[in-house]
Design a protein around this ligand. Structure first.
Ligand SMILES: *Cc1c(COP(=O)(O)O)cnc(C)c1O
Length: 397
């Protein structure tokens, strides 16, 4: 114990380590979890339902099924969608592996589609190339918190009768305009299902956790079964029957107590991220080293990530080393999923999605999260500009 603590303390004194993202936990969160711990239920008590209702209220979705992780949410969404062997599901190359893995869990084949480099989201101008006779669905990702063009995506999908899942792990709290109205990501008006993650680095956290949102009762009923071993009550409600093969993907009351408190401050957390975004954009405007993402006025991002895209990819790795050495815990989002050995071994080749590959070579995600102080924001800007000046260019901004 002492040894670990001592090491951490020492590291802190050497440099302030600012991660690219961090959870937001306050006294009210701690009190909420403590209350749950003192209650009669640690799991499957009233907080799960309460959290699901809060998610529905926030997003306007009709149904929510809270589960043990974002990956579990994707898994049961793919099973509820009916994806199976012999079918293909279109997934963006620029995402976390779990978006594609869920398709593999269901026995179907992910087909990776390319992105638009200004947002990092699926490029709907080229997505047609990924459709074939076996295509059954689309899993789209609201990269960095920027909503996809859901109006266009849903109309493309309905023409082909495809099941649409939004992996909104980055985007709880984001919104988009469609048919002249603003919609919260997760409202499920343009998707069959939306999945969320409550990992500590996402918009809100339950430690580990996730949820599937939907407006379709048939899917809702399937999702409930899949979460809990496929077990249902018989018609009299006396005996439990296992009617299909499900899992234990339940989330605990303790976790949902945290979730209920977190969702209360969601808008405030997003607003803090927005202010950091605005500060970075002003500070970095017109710089010669990198570009930033851009999107139009029909979406509000949740600002999950703040990616910078180097004009010249050659410098990325040395820049990352330099930034980390100076205390910025920067990350890269994402290596194209099919570059992972698991997918390469299954026949996926490089040059599949050239824009995603180039995006990955140029990308660095810099710190953005609620609670990042103004002083730290200024430090981030200074360290990045100094590192760019010394590694890439002479002269100043
Ligand atoms: C975080 C994340 C997931 C997985 O969520 P977990 O809760 O960690 O299982 C899936 N997809 C994307 C895009 C994510 O960012």
């Amino acid at each position: 114990m002492r040894c670990w603590w001592g090491r951490d303390k020492k590291r802190e004194s050497i440099m302030s380590n600012i991660s690219y993202s961090h959870q937001h936990i306050d006294q009210a969160d701690i009190a909420a979890v403590t209350r749950a711990l003192r209650s009669d239920w640690l799991t499957q008590g009233p907080m799960v339902k309460e959290f699901e209702e809060a998610l529905c209220r926030y997003t306007s979705a009709r149904y929510a099924v809270a589960v043990s992780s974002g990956t579990a949410a994707l898994h049961i969404a793919c099973l509820a969608a009916g994806f199976e062997k012999g079918q293909e599901v279109v997934v963006p190359a620029n995402t976390f592996a779990a978006s594609a893995n869920a398709v593999v869990y269901a026995g179907a084949k992910p087909v990776f589609t390319d992105i638009d480099q200004s947002t990092g989201n699926m490029d709907l101008k080229v997505i047609g190339k990924s459709f074939g006779p076996k295509t059954r669905g689309i899993i789209a990702v609201d990269f960095a918190g920027i909503p996809c063009d859901w109006q266009q995506l849903s109309s493309m999908a309905s023409k082909r009768k495809l099941v649409v899942i939004d992996d909104a792990s980055h985007a709880l709290g984001a919104s988009y305009k469609a048919e002249g109205h603003w919609h919260k990501v997760g409202c499920s008006q343009h998707t069959d299902m939306t999945t969320l993650s409550f990992h500590p680095l996402k918009s809100i956290t339950t430690g580990e956790g996730g949820a599937v949102l939907t407006n379709r009762q048939d899917l809702y009923e399937k999702l409930l079964l899949l979460r809990n071993h496929g077990i249902d009550k018989d018609s009299k409600g006396l005996v439990k029957l296992m009617v299909s093969l499900g899992f234990n993907y339940r989330i605990a009351d303790i976790q949902c107590a945290l979730g209920c408190n977190q969702i209360k401050k969601l808008d405030r957390l997003i607003k803090e991220r927005l202010e950091i975004n605005n500060f970075y954009r002003k500070s970095f405007a017109g710089n010669r080293y990198f570009d930033m993402l851009s999107w139009d006025k029909t979406v509000n991002s949740s600002h999950h990530l703040f990616p910078i895209l180097l004009k010249n990819a050659v410098h990325r790795d040395s820049l990352i080393e330099q930034l980390r050495a100076r205390g910025l815990g920067v990350q890269v989002h994402y290596m194209p999923v099919y570059w992972h050995p698991f997918y390469r071994q299954r026949g996926y080749k490089r040059c599949y999605a050239p824009v995603s590959e180039e995006f990955f070579r140029r990308e660095i995600s810099i710190p953005i999260y609620a609670g990042l102080s103004k002083k730290d924001q200024r430090f981030v800007v200074k360290v990045i500009m100094n590192a760019c000046n010394s590694i890439i260019g002479k002269g100043v901004l």
